[in-house]
Design a protein around this ligand. Structure first.
Ligand SMILES: NC(=O)c1ccc[n+]([C@@H]2O[C@H](COP(=O)([O-])OP(=O)(O)OC[C@H]3O[C@@H](n4cnc5c(N)ncnc54)[C@H](OP(=O)(O)O)[C@@H]3O)[C@@H](O)[C@H]2O)c1
Length: 430
């Protein structure tokens, strides 16, 4: 084998980066693989579109069959995005004997099990490093680097848009809407930012990472998702006064063989390494039995960082082809899915309440926690005489999610409570 033919599907941000890396790193890639890597066809939507790169006319196509039905194409790189069309393309490619590299976490979250099954059935490789945290090689780390260890917890800042928004709100004391608008103008946020700010994008990534970390089939629907749409600047300011920084975290934890997976805004103690991850950067913090704590940090998106992950996957496929070991990239999870119940999930929580400033209210509220066996790490009450109200801020010690839900219900039912403004999980490290 002295040449590998590639069918590249998509020539946008990532696809353009892939072509650049293949061209500019040609010598090193040849040295690593012992063969030349040729982009034979590129699938796009609009063939007339002006492109940043010079591409030979007969290479561009709008016809997917030019790629999936071309017997000379060995590897399909899917960097076009979308759900059903991408799934159908990848499915056809695998059935027709091609290996696949994809950056598409949306498709994997929706159709991952079908795709992995097809790859195994047809003895083909499927790699997806770029689908989580762009340029950070976290998938390979979980599949290979830490494979001998047992991972018990993951915390990831895996969405650049929301990290950018929270960083700017925190550092420049600006409101959510204002920063979101700026992020859209700078191209860090989509015109429709819902998938990012409502936590869905991070949920897709934490589902993929927890499946690998715990060797358990975790789906998107298993992830408890809360986004940052309703975060107020005041929440961040109060959190800061208490020594916390807010981050949207993908969180996955295994205890006694049972797993909890969530995406939510979390208050991290300000000396936690993840609080140093700012703006559009990503990081994944891993707790494992043997190695202990490790953190993987870098750009979570962008043309060349993401393309670098895609081309690394391509090299992995090519090496497998030359060793005759393709079709083993997907390993079926060892364990059946076991999710923790609300009684089994424990955390510390921050509460912010606006209450009538009348005698007995504070006691009424603290009694609810005491009766639920929840004690306090921090508590403060600040009256606002102009409104006749007081703001109560409290941070609990460890309590089960079930008890926290019950407390929330009882507090909301109290006539003296005008508004339960916010409740956040708190992470202080071990
Ligand atoms: N951008 C990042 O930093 C990043 C990071 C990690 C993962 N990803 C993932 O990588 C994938 C690609 O993202 P991107 O930012 O490169 O997207 P993009 O800039 O919008 O580019 C998409 C490309 O695919 C082509 N395309 C889209 N739908 C098509 C269809 N149905 N048939 C044929 N061609 C089609 C487009 O053609 P035209 O050029 O003719 O419009 C374009 O070239 C997505 O799954 C994304 O989630 C992106």
């Amino acid at each position: 084998m002295n040449k590998i033919n590639i069918g590249l599907c998509g020539l946008g941000t990532v696809g353009t980066g892939v072509v650049k890396i293949l061209r500019e790193h040609q010598e090193e890639l040849f040295h690593q693989t012992g063969c030349s890597l040729e982009v034979k066809k590129i699938l796009v939507n609009n063939i007339e579109k002006e492109r940043e790169l010079q591409i030979a006319e007969d290479v561009l196509t709008t016809d997917v069959t030019d790629i999936v039905n071309d017997d000379s194409i060995d590897v399909v790189i899917e960097v076009m995005g979308g759900l059903k069309s991408a799934y159908e393309l990848v499915g056809e490619a695998l059935k027709n004997g091609k290996h696949v590299v994809t950056a598409n976490k949306d498709m994997l979250a929706e159709y991952g099990s079908e795709i992995f099954h097809l790859a195994s059935k047809h003895n083909r490789d499927i790699f997806y490093e770029a689908s989580v945290a762009g340029g950070i090689p976290i998938i390979r780390t979980l599949k290979e680097g830490l494979i001998a260890d047992r991972i018990n917890q993951l915390m990831g800042i895996v969405n650049g848009t929301t990290n950018y928004i929270l960083t700017k709100m925190d550092e420049e004391e600006r409101q959510f809407d204002d920063v979101l608008k700026e992020a859209q103008e700078l191209g860090f946020a989509e015109a429709d930012p819902s998938a990012d700010i409502d936590g869905l994008d991070a949920a897709r990534k934490i589902a993929l990472m927890s499946t690998l970390s715990f060797s358990m089939p975790i789906d998107l629907k298993d992830v408890d998702v809360k986004g940052i749409r309703n975060i107020e600047l005041e929440d961040l300011k109060l959190a800061k006064q208490l020594g916390y920084t807010m981050k949207l975290l993908g969180f996955a934890n295994r205890h006694n063989g049972r797993v909890e997976v969530s995406v939510e805004p979390v208050l991290l103690q300000s000396d936690h390494p993840l609080t140093s991850v700012k703006n559009e950067y990503n990081a994944v913090y891993v707790y494992s039995d043997a190695v202990g704590e490790t953190m993987f940090y870098g750009p979570g998106a962008g043309s060349l960082p993401t393309a670098s992950a895609v081309v690394s996957d391509l090299i992995g496929v090519v090496k497998n082809i030359s060793l005759g070991t393709t079709g083993k990239s997907y390993v079926k999870p060892l364990y059946e899915k076991e999710l923790q119940t609300d009684e089994e999930m424990f955390g510390k929580y921050f509460f912010r309440l606006e209450v009538d400033d009348i005698a007995g209210t504070f006691l009424e509220i603290t009694n609810i926690y005491t009766n639920a066996d929840i004690s306090f790490a921090k508590i403060s009450q600040v009256p606002d005489q102009s409104k006749g109200t007081a703001e109560i801020i409290l941070v609990t010690h460890q309590a089960s999610k079930a008890k926290i839900h019950s407390v929330i219900q009882q507090i909301t039912d109290l006539p003296a409570v005008r508004n339960l403004k916010s409740v956040y999980r708190v992470e202080e490290g071990e």
